[in-house]
Ligand binder design. Structure first.
Ligand code: NAP
Ligand code: GDD
Length: 354
């Protein structure tokens, strides 16, 4: 019998890669999805099969991190070996617009899930291993390089909520002996990255600009530095942490930082374009408090988990751009055939800018 995993945030970037990774390991994956008025399962549709068929390896359950009753019910129904808590309002800029909701999902949502897990483990008598999706945003203003011993100094409601979630997880490990690991992951990107995060916003725009579908790209702070890795590499570490003998916390990063400006330059250069002709600064994309520089020291993960990132910065930019050039070509072909392709403009324009 393969193991069963339960994933919150299964429809997100990481949830989709983790599901593929766990399937390859023989797991049956159960995911919690939110009810939406339109389909929100695009990233996992290629993995989904009709549940009436035999041998189905992905099952979805309605639930929400703001709904403790549903979390408890799903935990009991699935009775998992491993739980991966990836669900979050994960956009830092948006967390300044909706701080209370962000804290409810990210901080209290984690507490709800841990508390449901604690009761489930007591009642079932079965050990369950739990992964908590922590973030380099928790380091915030702490100078790089950041590692497991760096003191947290969050700079946004999102970052502060992740710090609370981190300490809830540590407390449940120490108080109730639960097998709980915190992964402190630095930024990780992919062609599946949401289009309001800066890397994907850039590669999506470069794809469209190079095919004449748009002319300008509006960005905020180009000086911020991030340690960008590939999401497909990073989900492996979530699983590796849960296979260790003892639960612990790990920083996951490439150890290499680049500015947003460098990302812009490289993406435009890959497409043979001069970024200065297309990029404009819009101050609404600036954050009330910025995280200036993140660069992780993942030597503990390398030593204990034997993990190394495979995809470097240049390859990451190339991979994302290739995907978004293909998307733009498809859009141009459809436009040429008289179909108008929606590009999510209303969502991009919401709030004070993302
Ligand atoms: P993402 O693409 O934004 O996905 C977030 C997921 O959470 C989606 O499936 C979303 O569902 C779900 N979600 C949102 N609100 C929820 C709620 N109230 N209840 C249940 N689920 C909810 O994020 P990601 O990049 O995959 O990141 C995964 C996790 O790692 C997040 O916790 C994020 O904060 C953390 N993290 C990410 C990075 C990074 O660089 N990617 C780095 C460090 C930590 P919908 O699809 O319905 O919106
Ligand atoms: N989103 C966005 N949009 N960011 C911009 C823009 C813009 O137009 N212009 C400049 N930036 C800058 C931001 O100010 C920030 O310094 C940097 O680009 C990266 O922004 P995001 O891509 O939105 O990511 P993030 O670093 O704030 O947060 C991501 O990484 C965290 C890990 O450090 C998210 O995935 C979080 O969920 C994750 O925890």
């Amino acid at each position: 019998m393969g193991k069963r995993a339960l994933i919150t945030g299964v429809t997100g970037q990481d949830g989709s890669y983790l599901t593929e990774f766990l399937h390859a390991k023989g797991y049956e994956v159960h995911g919690i999805i939110r009810r939406a008025s339109l389909f929100n399962t695009e990233r996992i549709d290629h993995l989904y099969r009709d549940p009436h068929l035999a041998g189905v390896k992905l099952r979805l359950h309605y639930g929400d991190l703001t709904d403790g009753t549903a979390l408890r019910r799903v935990l009991e129904a699935v009775d998992p070996d491993e739980v991966y808590n990836l669900g979050a309002q994960s956009h830092v800029r948006v967390s300044f617009d909706i701080p209370e909701y962000t804290a409810d999902v990210v901080a209290v949502g984690t507490l709800r899930l841990l508390d449901a897990l604690r009761d489930h483990v007591t009642q079932s008598g079965r050990p369950v291993r739990y992964y908590q999706a922590g973030s380099s945003e928790m380091f915030g203003a702490a100078p790089p390089p950041q590692n497991e011993r760096t003191v947290f100094y969050p700079r946004s409601p999102y970052g502060a909520s992740k710090v609370a979630a981190h300490w809830f997880a540590v407390n449940y490990r120490e108080a109730y002996g639960l097998f709980v690991c915190n992964g402190i992951l630095f930024n990780h990107e992919s062609p599946r990255r949401g289009e309001t995060f800066v890397t994907r916003k850039i590669t999506r725009a470069v794809g469209r600009i190079s095919l004449g579908l748009q002319d300008k790209l509006y960005l905020g702070n180009l000086d911020a530095k991030r340690d960008w890795g590939f999401a497909g590499d990073y989900v492996e570490t979530m699983w590796l942490m849960l296979q260790e003998e003892h639960p612990d916390d790990y920083v996951i990063a490439t150890g290499e930082a680049h500015s947003v400006r460098e990302f812009v330059e490289r993406a435009f250069a890959e497409a043979g374009l001069d970024w200065r002709r297309h990029v404009e600064i819009d101050s609404s994309y600036f954050r009330p408090t910025e995280v200036d520089s993140l660069c992780g020291d993942a030597s503990k993960a390398q030593r204990v988990l034997g993990w190394q990132p495979r995809v470097g910065f240049a390859e990451l930019v190339r991979m994302m751009l290739k995907h978004d050039l293909d998307l733009a070509r498809r859009e141009r072909t459809l436009n040429g055939a008289g179909f108008e392709v929606p590009v999510g403009g209303a969502a991009l324009a919401a709030g004070s800018g993302t």
